[in-house]
Write a protein of this length. Structure first.
Length: 94
């Protein structure tokens, strides 16, 4: 019981100290082109390829940060869904 309490206290102290860290926002990615629906769709389609490349290169990202919001997200989800066959469902008939 005492060991669990010590681990909890150490964990709580780490969380509290991490919360006090000063985070500088990086706004350099918010300049330039704003990506919309069609770019989101394309980024979703190539997401698995880009993911594998991003494991080896630091300058490649799977998701465009500078996007227009809902429409980019919708296109991205449709593109990612294209890998799984969309909404195709296999039914077993008796």
């Amino acid at each position: 019981m005492k060991r669990k309490l010590i681990i909890f206290i150490i964990f709580a102290v780490i969380i509290i100290l991490a919360a006090c860290a000063k985070i500088e926002p990086d706004t350099s990615c918010f300049t330039g082109k704003i990506y919309g629906f069609w770019n989101g769709l394309w980024h979703g389609i190539i997401s698995w390829i880009v993911f594998i490349v991003s494991l080896f290169r630091d300058d490649v990202a799977v998701y465009a940060i500078n996007n227009n919001g809902v429409w980019y997200n919708f296109g991205f989800l449709l593109g990612v869904g294209a890998w799984g066959g969309g909404t195709k469902t296999v039914y077993k008939y008796r």
